[in-house]
Every structure is written in structure tokens, then in C-alpha cells.
Design a protein around this ligand. Structure first.
Ligand code: GLY
Length: 355
């Protein structure tokens, strides 16, 4: 078992992140030890419930099953979970346990941030994307008809329990989606200002096969590296006032693609990778990186065999980017590469953007 610690000094918030590869049955006692004799409910993804209900051993009456898919992160389910928590008489001393991917974590986290003005929540991420990114850092949200994650809060969990064995049964598409965020961390490492040199780009180049084969020890190391980088960023900038924006590398263009594609056909991670390829091209054209570094990054991306995404008309992409919650009225901010494993935020007027 490895224990990492988030420590947001400015807000006096700290919590542990446990990473292990023990049998999934061990999770129940680990969580029970953490919450003691307090009450709880579990919000769990339907897929994970079907595969692991007996291994997890939570009493059925405490379980709220959430169907899978981004569209479930909606206000109806938010209300249903609130009512479920009220029905179980949860108090502020109690916990909501989120078992699943980013959808479950974001939704259960948002419920937790508003239930009685804030209750503990525990993240048990079961997808590569949630293990390496969304379960840490306290971004919680639901979607609106106007867009993704438009209603939400920054609300940190009280603990994160990562068990790498969940990744053995993750479908290929979701696994790849997580790899999109993982590759992103490789390209932003030096800008995370982590006091440990982790060299994720090297790790990725050397472990492509092991990652594809889901070697559990390699995946545990990979998750540790990504989480250390995420912790470094969140500790310095919990609410995305500055540094945390670098975690959006590839996301401005990626979110636009997701929006145009109606969140179907391609996963979040696949769209982020398309966004990184766009950023590499844009940074090269605007003289921020040289050809060698662009090729180095493209070569690493090609090793993970992400699908080619369709090209869309410039006006459509720009309109979709303008509706992003991070865009201004007459400019769009892009995170662009500037050097080996370094990125920076740049603002561009609309007519300066070349697609
Ligand atoms: N997933 C980006 C962030 O947590 O800021």
C-alpha cells in the first residue's frame, strides 16, 4: 500500500490517497477503518456494481446504483442521491462513498458539497481516468443542457482509495480514454512544479507494452506518478486561479470536439489527445516549440494508437471553443507547449487562431 497526501496549505485541507493492488475485497475493511462507526451511503456505477457487488460487500440498502454514461451526471440524479442520503438520515459526520469513474465521482462529490452544506465523501475510482486525474483535486459538477460541468464546486474528498485491480476489467475504450489524460501529464510535468523528478515521458516510452498488457505493478507506478503531479498542482492552486489551468492542456480543442460530437462516438481522453495534437501544431506554427520536440511528442502519442478524429470546419470549432466556460468574450485561452514537458497559458484573439 502506498499513501500520498494532498496538503492544500492555503485552505488547510489535507487528505490521504491510498494506492494498492491487494484483492478488491480488502477495500471494505480499509474504508470501514477510515470512517469508523459513522453512517454512509454508496453511489456506484452500474457496471462496477454488476462486477464487484459481492467483493465490495456493502449492504444492498445503502447502495445507489447510477447508470453509466456522461448524460447521467444530471440534476435529476443529483436530487435522487440527495433524497437517498436524507432517507438514510446521513448527518454531517457521515460519508458518501463514490465507487466508479469520473461521472460517479463528480456527481457524488457535488451532492456531498451541498448536502447539509457539506458532508464527507470518499472517492473509490475504478477507471484509469478517475485513478489518475478526476478523483483527486475536488472538482465536482453536474452537466446542464447548456454544457458540461457548468454547475459545480471545488470540494475536496476526505480520502481516495485507489485499487489498481479494478483496471483489469475496464473496457478497452475507457482504458484508452484514461491514457489520453496520462499522456497529458507527461507533456506538462515540468510545469507542475513538483519537487520530485518523475520523468513520465520516459516512463511512458519504456512501458508501452506493459501498459497495454495492464501490468498491475506498472499501472500502480503510472498512477502514482500522475497523482504526484496532480497533488503538486492542486496544493499550489486549488481553485484554478493560475497554475491549475495547465491541467487543461489539450482540453480547449478537446472539449470543442466533444461538444460538436455530442459527447458520443469519441471518449474524453481521445478528444484530449486530438487537442494535444492541435496544440503541438499551433505551438509550432507560432514559434513556441521546434520541429524536433513536436515530433518527439507526436511519436509518443502514436505509440498509444489513439484513433484519428474527424476534422471539422474552423468556424464550428471556434464557436464550440467560445462557449467553453474558460473562454473570454473576444479571446480564447490555450495551454501550449513551450519546451520539453513544459506548457504555458496563452490568450489569442479569434482571428489569430489557425486550425
Ligand atoms: N481535470 C483537471 C483538473 O482537475 O483541474
Amino acid at each position: 500500500m502506498c499513501k500520498l497526501e494532498v496538503n492544500i496549505k492555503s485552505a488547510q485541507k489535507n487528505y490521504p490517497i491510498f494506492i494498492n493492488n491487494r484483492d478488491i475485497t480488502s477495500l471494505h475493511s480499509d474504508i470501514a477503518e477510515f470512517i469508523g462507526d459513522k453512517n454512509y451511503i454508496v453511489v456506484i456505477s452500474e457496471k462496477v456494481y454488476k462486477l464487484y457487488v459481492s467483493a465490495l460487500g456493502f449492504p444492498k440498502d445503502k447502495i445507489f446504483i447510477l447508470k453509466d454514461g456522461e448524460k447521467e451526471k444530471n440534476i435529476k440524479n443529483y436530487t435522487k442521491i440527495l433524497d437517498f442520503a436524507l432517507k438514510h438520515h446521513l448527518t454531517r459526520e457521515d460519508s458518501i462513498i463514490a465507487v466508479g469513474g469520473g461521472v460517479v465521482g463528480d456527481l457524488a462529490g457535488f451532492v456531498s458539497s451541498t448536502y447539509m452544506r457539506g458532508i464527507n465523501y470518499i472517492q473509490v475510482p475504478t477507471t484509469l481516468l478517475a485513478c489518475t486525474d478526476s478523483s483527486v483535486g475536488g472538482k465536482t459538477a453536474i452537466n446542464s443542457v447548456y454544457g458540461k460541468n457548468l454547475v459545480g464546486s471545488f470540494y475536496q474528498p476526505s480520502a481516495v482509495f485507489i485499487n489498481v485491480n479494478f483496471l483489469k476489467t475496464l473496457d478497452e475504450r475507457q482504458f484508452k480514454s484514461g491514457l489520453g489524460e496520462v499522456v497529458k501529464y507527461g507533456f506538462i510535468e515540468k510545469s507542475c512544479l513538483c519537487n520530485e523528478e518523475l520523468n513520465l515521458m520516459n516512463f511512458l516510452n519504456e512501458n508501452v507494452e506493459n501498459i497495454f498488457n495492464r501490468d498491475i505493478l506498472v499501472l500502480a507506478d503510472l498512477i502514482k506518478i500522475c497523482i504526484k503531479l496532480k497533488i503538486a498542482v492542486v496544493n499550489q492552486d486549488e481553485k484554478e486561479k493560475g497554475l491549475r489551468k495547465i491541467l487543461n492542456y489539450g482540453h480547449t480543442y478537446g472539449h470543442a470536439l466533444e461538444k460538436i460530437l455530442n459527447f458520443r462516438k469519441f471518449t474524453h481522453g481521445e478528444c484530449v489527445v486530438a487537442g494535444i495534437l492541435f496544440a503541438l501544431d499551433f505551438a509550432f506554427k507560432t514559434g513556441k516549440i521546434d520541429k524536433e520536440y513536436k515530433f518527439l511528442c507526436e511519436d509518443l502519442i502514436s505509440k498509444f494508437k489513439f484513433p484519428d478524429l474527424p476534422k471539422f470546419d474552423k468556424i464550428r470549432i471556434i464557436n464550440a471553443m467560445k462557449s467553453d466556460k474558460k473562454a473570454g468574450s473576444d479571446y480564447i485561452t490555450f495551454i501550449l507547449p513551450t519546451d520539453y514537458a513544459k506548457v504555458e497559458a496563452f490568450k489569442f484573439q479569434i482571428d489569430e487562431i489557425s486550425l
